[in-house]
Each structure stands twice: as C-alpha cells, then as structure tokens.
Design a protein around this ligand. Structure first.
Ligand code: HEM
Length: 405
C-alpha cells in the first residue's frame, strides 16, 4: 500500500510509543467509550492500533475537523472502520455511494439527493412521525417495563425513511434488521448476506417503478442525469442502500442514547417538560454527547498529522465522539448540559460529506423525545447494569429496559 516514490516525513515520535492497541469492537470500548478515549487522550493527541488491519485515531477536534475538510489527502474511497471487501458489480465496476466518493463526482451525485432532505420536505413528515411515536407508545404504555431501544427508538427511523423512499413501511422491522446485519463489520459473511438482501429488495423496487413511477426518492433518482447520462444502475443501487443504511442505526443510536440519559436525569426531563423551547439546544447536546458515528479515511500521500507519520494507504478513524469531547473546545465535555451554547459539535460530520440526512435526524429526535416526555414524564432505568451497546461504525444501545409510570 505504501508509495515508495514519496519522501516520508520524519515522525516526531516513533509510532510504537503511541501504539495503544485500542479495539473498536472491544465490549469495554462500546460500553465506556469516554473512559477509553480519555485514557488515549492522556497518552497523546493521536492513538495508533494494529487491530483490524491497523488504524490511527486522532483525538483532537481540530485534527478530526481538518481531515474531514481535506478530501485530497484523506480519501473517502473506503470509509469503513475496518478493512472489508468493497463491492463491485457484475461488470467489475466498483460500486459506491456518495459516502465512498471523492470530488469531483461526489458533489454531482450528492446534489441529486439533497432536495429530498431539505427542511420543508422533512417538516412534511413531522406530523406522521408524531402519530407513529404515539402509536408505538400506545403499544407498551401499560406494560410497566419496556425495552425502549427495540420497541421505540429502533422503530422510528426505518418507517420514516421507508415513506421517503416510497417502500412498504410495514416491512420496517425487516429493514432495521437487514441494516443492522449489513453493518456488522465483525462478521463478514453475515454482512455480505444482508447486503445482498437489501440489494435484491431495491432491484425489485427499481423494476416496479419502470411501469409505475411515483413521487418518491427512488422514482426521482431514476429520472436524474449526470452529464446527460442516467444515473448508472450500479451507483443508483448503492446510493439507495446508503439511504437505508445511513438513516437507520444512526438515528436509532441517537434516540436510544437520549432516552438512556433522560432515564437517569429526571431533572432534565422536568426542565424539558416545563420549558419546551429547551428541546432545540437539548437535541444538539444529546447529539454531541452520543456522537454515534465513526468513519474512516484512507491516506493518499505520506503526510504528517499531529506529529505522526502517516503513510499512503493508512486508515485514519474519524471519531466524531472524540472530537466532540475535546476539552479544549467543549467546557466539561463529559457533562450533558441541555442548555449548552455555543455547541459546535460535529456529530453529523463536517466538510463535503457532512450528513445529508441531518434535518431528518433532528426532526426524528425532536419528535421522538417530545412525544415520549409528554406521554411518559416519569421513567427510569429498570436494569441499570443490563444495557447493551454495540460499537464499530455506529454505536447503538441494543437493549434499554425502562420502568415507566
Ligand atoms: C443521528 C443520526 C445521524 C447521525 C449521527 C449521522 C451522522 C453522519 C455522519 C457523521 C456522516 C459523515 C460521514 C463522513 O464524513 O464520511 C453522515 C453522512 C451521511 N448521512 Fe447521516 N447521520 C444520521 C442520520 C442520517 C439520516 C436519517 C439519513 C437519511 C438518509 C442520513 C444520511 C446520510 C448520508 C446520505 C450521508 C452521506 C453524505 C455524503 O457522503 O455526502 N444520515 N451522517
């Protein structure tokens, strides 16, 4: 992977001194990421691990920000946090969505998707999201104890994205489990099997729209052109998969985290109830605190970053959680302060790949939390020791037993 033709920059510190051996799939990292990141931060501003093919982990906001804004030196051609085989189509062409695309192609394709996620479009879905949240709550409000992760947080994102894509929302449970499995980077066969299931699903949906175009995102993308050519099918399929994958686990993770925090902070619930206008800064703070997404970049030329020699082909992890807990940018970063302002968090990333669905995610969080608090003002962790987090590309609370009422 290393390009010998480029002169290496002398490292300020030998790599081995920084080798901390973090493992993003370690259950301890998943359960206590701030403790792990805090420990790494004490040892330096960049951590290095040889696990999973090796990677760098910058811990400072300023470095994460700079990397995300430098697509020439840090490419998005592979954004998985560990090496996995990247997909090709039957003709051997590299399949990729905008998430895996560098300039200049990236902007052309992203431009086609953004109108569907603009604030006015998203506000059209707020009322149906509220109805959905109310229906979900009706289903468990009398149960005493509920797994709010699987019966609430996990239920919302796939149904809303299904409406945007114009696919059957009744299959939302299937979508959520496909996405979950397709992002399981620790289990390649499971991941590949579920990627194929999603692909076959979208191939059927595309075929149906040839006869019956609608007003949904799939029909819209089928009509779009780049340089006078239709959106190539191998790219269209990947972008549709991205719409499903990008919006489900991420928002599930953020809603679950917010409920987990509120369950042990009744004073925050009371403040939100007394002062509904607090919701906007609260959502931002909960996004900062949860920062569920970690992405990767591939180094394009030997370079120095925060005193470390990075070589062409190296993988750099962008932990938005690490950036959003940098004490030089956020006062008392481990404290969740629903009134925090300013709050320049980058939970949605930053730079050209900044989350295309951020308006949608914010709306879902706002509605999910306000509806919950209105209907269930009193709740607490039923089994504080028995909450289960996953980690990797997206950190999700898999199980959250709440005692309600
Ligand atoms: C709380 C929920 C969410 C979080 C924390 C989140 C986070 C992120 C982050 C960090 C990125 C940047 C990736 C990078 O720099 O490589 C991203 C990209 C993206 N997100 Fe989200 N996301 C969320 C919800 C959504 C939703 C609901 C959608 C809807 C489909 C969505 C669609 C996308 C897309 C399409 C991209 C790729 C943008 C590009 O490459 O230009 N996300 N997201």
């Amino acid at each position: 992977m290393h390009d010998e033709s480029v002169d290496p920059v002398e490292p300020v510190e030998p790599v081995e001194d920084r080798a901390s051996g973090y493992d993003i799939f370690d259950p301890a990292f998943a359960a206590h990421p701030l403790a792990v990141l805090g420990d790494l931060r004490e040892r330096g501003s960049v951590a290095r691990s040889e696990h999973w093919g090796g990677s760098w982990l910058p811990l400072r906001y300023t470095d994460v920000f700079a990397i995300a804004h430098d697509p020439v030196r840090y490419s998005s051609t592979d954004v998985y946090v560990v090496p996995v085989p990247l997909p090709h189509d039957e003709l051997g062409r590299r399949k990729r969505s905008i998430l895996f695309t560098d300039p200049p192609l990236h902007a052309e394709e992203r431009r086609l998707i953004l109108p569907f996620f603009a604030p006015p479009k998203i506000e059209d879905f707020a009322a149906s999201t509220r109805d959905l949240c109310n229906r979900l709550i009706d289903g468990f409000i009398d149960d005493g104890v509920v797994d709010a992760s699987t019966r609430y947080a996990k239920q919302i994102p796939p149904r809303i994205i299904a409406a945007i894509l114009g696919v059957d929302a009744e299959r939302a449970d299937e979508f959520a489990s496909w996405v979950d499995a397709s992002l399981d980077l620790s289990n390649p066969p499971r991941r590949a099997e579920h990627r194929q299931i999603i692909l076959d699903f979208f191939r059927d949906e595309i075929a149906r729209r040839a006869d019956q175009p609608g007003t949904d995102l799939i029909s819209w993308l089928l009509r779009q052109e780049i340089d006078g050519q239709p959106f190539a099918m191998h790219l269209l399929e990947e972008n549709l998969m991205l719409m499903l994958a990008a919006g489900v686990d991420t928002t599930w993770g953020a809603i679950g985290f917010a409920l987990w925090h509120l369950a042990s902070h009744p004073e925050d619930v009371a403040a939100l109830k007394a002062e509904p206008a607090l919701l906007d800064t609260a959502v931002e703070e909960l996004l900062r605190a949860s920062s569920p997404v970690t992405m990767a970049r591939i180094v394009q030329e030997n370079t120095e970053m925060a005193g470390c020699l990075l070589q062409r082909g190296d993988r750099v992890l962008l932990s938005f959680m690490a950036a959003n807990h940098d004490p030089s940018v956020f006062d008392q970063p481990e404290r969740i302060d629903l009134r925090r302002t300013p709050n320049r968090h980058i939970a949605f990333g930053t730079g050209i790949h900044r989350c295309a669905g951020s308006n949608l995610a914010r709306m879902e969080l706002r509605v999910a939390l306000s509806t919950w608090i209105e209907r269930i003002p009193s709740f607490r962790l039923a089994e504080p020791e028995d909450v289960t987090w996953s980690n990797g590309q997206v950190r999700v609370l898999k199980r959250l037993a709440l005692a309600i009422g």
